[in-house]
Design a protein. Structure first.
Length: 93
């Protein structure tokens, strides 16, 4: 089983049909605004509400829960799937 842990600061609605994608927000404002798209709020580290270890444990537990079928990611819940692109065909700015 493969799984993506995708960090985002802009809220990219990314998901793949072939593997679960756990989306981790780097900002709590983003996680609050898109609570139905973001799986984990890592912005709590910056606000002091959680430690790096706390969020790391939360991510690890989410990986175990998704891999075991106990939970599903928001992308899977909503059926938000993108095409897998190994190389970005457009310029990166």
């Amino acid at each position: 089983m493969n799984m993506h842990v995708f960090t985002t600061g802009r809220g990219t609605p990314y998901g793949l049909a072939m593997v679960p994608v756990i989306k981790v927000a780097s900002r709590s404002a983003l996680a609050d605004r898109w609570s139905d798209l973001i799986d984990i709020d890592a912005g709590t580290i910056a606000t002091g509400a959680a430690t790096i270890e706390d969020v790391g444990t939360q991510i690890f537990q989410m990986i175990l829960d998704v891999a075991s079928g106990r939970k599903e990611t928001w992308a899977d819940h909503w059926g938000l799937y993108n095409d897998l692109v190994l190389f970005n065909p457009t310029p990166v700015t």
